[in-house]
Design a binder for this molecule. Structure first.
Ligand SMILES: [Zn+2]
Length: 362
């Protein structure tokens, strides 16, 4: 299922085998919450080097519904024949919906209908959606919650993880556990121990990137990641900026997902090797150079900053598309270079060199 192929200190490359092929790690997954990476087609995702996408079980369960998806499966539905992860949706529920959490599950109201989303239902939905990797349903307390609140929530997360594993009947679909425990190392440790007793195909770190300072995030990653088994994939959920990804790779993380590159693109920000910039700035009106001269993406090969600046000024959708292609390509290419660097035992140097250029923003 997963093999480590090269190591440099804690950083590693590996291969995650799913029923839709091999994902080379460290890898970055574009976010396709509702079955689409916003503005891009599957062919475009493929062309820029995407290996896997992550959709959201809860969103798909609500619309178009598992009745639709169980007939055709998510791969054919969105014309994507590579790996698909499904996030369980717990995180989105807590943030996007007005809900009530009980030990049995999550209750919320939508379009005048009451929903009761249990760990069992969450796994059943992911089975029917037909993703390659399912995530357990977890309870993610807000940043700043007290020790007692996080400890109580953790009991539920652990119980739900066991219920998810029991409900998971599809042997060809992998299932990952999610480590919660807020910013408290002892709770993180307890969570890992309990998840290991249940046994999963991979271990994700959840409950971070929810407003905590960066030092806090790194502190928790540093004490959590080494506790998870070396021979299993380690997934950091929701982390997407180049500096955070590279830092986490050096801590041993294999898999990432984030809306960072695509959301930034839709909000006019280009991610480049010399840092990020807003394409709508006045100085780009006459700039006929590409977004990033060293970039090999279709956008940079064919279009200028001036053109994309114009598209954004005119609110033309093509601007968002072109910048999404570039930003995603940039991150995916960075991952490719990181894998190569680890294989050549040069990741530390690669990271240092990347960060020096990236921080040298115009
Ligand atoms: Zn580009």
């Amino acid at each position: 299922m997963f093999e480590v192929t090269a190591e440099e200190k804690d950083a590693r490359t590996g291969k995650l085998h799913t029923q839709h092929g091999v994902v080379e790690t460290p890898c970055f997954m574009p976010v396709a919450t509702k079955g689409t990476v916003k503005t891009l087609t599957s062919d475009e995702l493929d062309e820029i080097g995407t290996q896997a996408v992550i959709t959201n079980a809860l969103h798909l369960y609500l619309n178009p519904g598992v009745d639709v998806l169980s007939h055709i499966g998510i791969h054919r539905f969105m014309d994507w024949d590579k790996t698909v992860f499904t996030d369980s949706g717990g995180f989105q529920l807590i943030r996007d919906f007005n809900l009530k959490i009980t030990n049995k599950g999550l209750m919320f109201k939508m379009d005048k209908t009451n929903h009761f989303f249990t760990p069992e239902l969450c796994i059943e939905a992911q089975n029917q959606i037909g993703s390659d990797v399912a995530m357990v349903l977890d309870d993610c307390p807000n940043y700043g919650s007290s020790y007692e609140t996080v400890a109580n929530s953790l009991k539920r997360t652990i119980e739900w993880a066991g219920r998810c594993k029991n409900a998971h009947k599809k042997s060809e679909q992998l299932i990952f556990g999610i480590v919660q425990g807020g910013v408290f190392p002892d709770l993180r440790k307890t969570c890992v121990e309990k998840l290991l007793e249940i046994g999963f195909d991979g271990y994700a770190v959840g409950g971070l990137t929810i407003g905590e300072p960066k030092e806090e995030l790194l502190r928790i990653l540093k004490c959590t990641v080494p506790l998870t088994p070396k021979n299993k994939p380690k997934y950091m959920m929701g982390l997407g900026s180049p500096e955070d990804i590279l830092e986490s790779i050096s801590l041993g993380i294999d898999i990432f997902d984030s809306a960072f590159p695509t959301r930034n693109a839709r909000h006019r920000t280009a991610i480049t090797r010399h840092g990020n910039f807003e394409i709508t700035k006045k100085k780009y009106i006459n700039d006929f150079s590409p977004v990033d001269e060293s970039c090999g993406c279709r956008t940079c090969k064919k279009y200028s900053k001036a053109y994309i600046h114009h598209l954004f000024k005119e609110k033309e959708l093509l601007g968002m598309r072109l910048l999404s292609i570039h930003n995603l390509y940039f991150i995916l290419n960075m991952m490719k270079n990181a894998r190569k660097a680890i294989r050549n035992n040069g990741f530390d140097e690669y990271k240092k060199d990347f960060m020096e250029k990236y921080n040298r923003h115009e």
